[in-house]
Design a protein around this ligand. Structure first.
Ligand code: PGA
Ligand code: ZN
Length: 407
């Protein structure tokens, strides 16, 4: 069960931008993983190494690929593939920086995940079974949040908030996806009738991008699609504001109007009540800490999810638990760079009785590692975008497959 060879190659993500895919071989198995990439990435995230220069407009990953094929390969070949923690510690030490800036978090993560998959295959386990063994969790199907209207930097429309989600709660994942698809296609019809066919063009995560004038209009259209399908009781709504992108000079620009933090808290309180929101992610910018704790004090029953605020980093999560900034963690493996540190982030959040939501990125690929991760960790929820576009459906389809084959 030793690592025999490692090779990284360049592939293309869902936005047409290069990313890194790595293969890890043992005597009897091969593990392969492709890393995703964010568009609205926060400044606390581990560093995604890109080349700069002219090729691929500066976005090539040839340096990260070289780091895997030279430094990392030389140091990991002959290591034990099933000791994930030792592999990850070695990767962290080889890099030696605080934010994985030397080798690149993209290089490091591709190896960490490919090692995990090679080990699972050697042990003849499904990836989710091996993840559950590693983190001592019991696999369970999470509740999906499906992003069916895209705004912010994920879309070419005027909506300020990035994600307008539905949160369907049904007994099986199959029923959950059936309802989601029905709502998605009903919303498409509503939009087409009201605003014309071009309003049903989709954004980075497969949600529609209508040019609406307000976020409450988007919520109201989604609610009418839910109601029309007869799922009013089983489906809630949720938001990812991605507030870093609308924060300037201590003000938030929402639907062409400027809000102070206090005014934005009042706005959130109103929409939470009106639309019975399940959760709000990144309601404030990543360093507007006081506003986070003020909001949590007044809406403690709603899930307030930290994405850019926490960057899946145990250091920031500890601080947020202590200072009561939020009550849920968004878990994105590429924000931190190794699976061992992602487990640590998960366990810390759980120790504070937080909810954990496993997430894809806006720049993603057909790789469905996050499906096995969410299921294996038994995370409370997950978000993989709309039920459309291959890089999103690969992840939902993986969960449909897991459920159907485990019946
Ligand atoms: P990103 O968006 O992948 O572009 O960062 C997803 C999110 O903000 O949750
Ligand atoms: Zn987010």
């Amino acid at each position: 069960m030793f690592i025999k060879n490692i090779k990284a190659i360049r592939v293309i993500d869902s936005r047409g931008i290069p990313t890194i895919r790595t293969f890890v071989w043992t005597k009897n198995a091969v593990g392969c993983a492709t890393v995703p990439s964010g568009t609205s990435a926060g400044k606390k995230e581990a560093l995604e190494l890109r080349d700069g220069g002219k090729k691929y407009f500066g976005m090539d990953v040839s340096k990260a690929i070289k780091n895997v094929n030279n430094i990392i390969k030389k140091n990991l070949v002959k290591d034990f593939v099933v000791d994930q923690e030792a592999v990850d510690k070695k990767l962290i030490a080889l890099d030696g920086t605080k934010n994985k800036a030397k080798l690149g978090a993209n290089a490091i993560l591709s190896v960490s995940l490919a090692v995990l998959r090679a080990a699972a295959s050697e042990l003849e386990l499904k990836d989710y079974e091996y993840i559950a063994n590693l983190n001592k969790t019991k696999p369970k199907m999470p509740t999906p949040h499906l992003n069916i209207i895209n705004g912010g930097v994920h879309a070419g429309n005027s909506l300020s908030f990035q994600e307008f989600q539905i949160v369907p709660k049904f007994k099986s994942f199959e029923e959950t996806m059936k309802a989601s698809v029905e709502i998605y296609l009903t919303l498409k019809k509503i939009l087409e009738k009201k605003y014309g066919l071009s309003s049903t063009n989709v954004g980075y995560e497969g949600g529609f991008c209508p040019n609406l004038s307000s976020s409450s209009e988007a919520l109201s259209l989604i609610q009418s699609a839910v109601d029309k399908c007869g799922y009013t009781k089983q489906v809630k709504l949720a938001l990812d504001v991605a507030a870093n992108e609308i924060y300037k000079d201590r003000k938030y620009l929402v639907d062409q109007k400027s809000y102070s933090s206090g005014e934005l808290i009042d706005y959130y309180k109103k929409v939470i009540k009106e639309y019975k929101l399940e959760s709000i992610e990144d309601p404030f910018s990543e360093d507007d800490y006081k506003s986070w704790s003020n909001l949590l004090k007044s809406v403690s029953k709603t899930k307030i999810i930290g994405d850019d605020l926490l960057a899946t980093n145990p250091k920031y999560i500890k601080d947020a638990i202590k200072k009561k900034y939020c009550n849920s963690l968004l878990l994105k493996v590429n924000q931190i760079g190794t699976i061992t540190e992602a487990f640590e982030a998960y366990n810390l959040a759980k120790s504070a009785s937080w909810d954990v939501q496993v997430s894809h990125r806006s720049g993603d690929t057909e790789d469905y590692f996050v499906s096995d991760l969410a299921y294996g960790l038994s995370s409370d929820s997950l978000k993989f975008g709309a039920p459309a576009r291959g890089e999103r459906t690969s992840k939902y389809n993986r969960l449909l497959e897991i459920e159907a084959l485990n019946k």
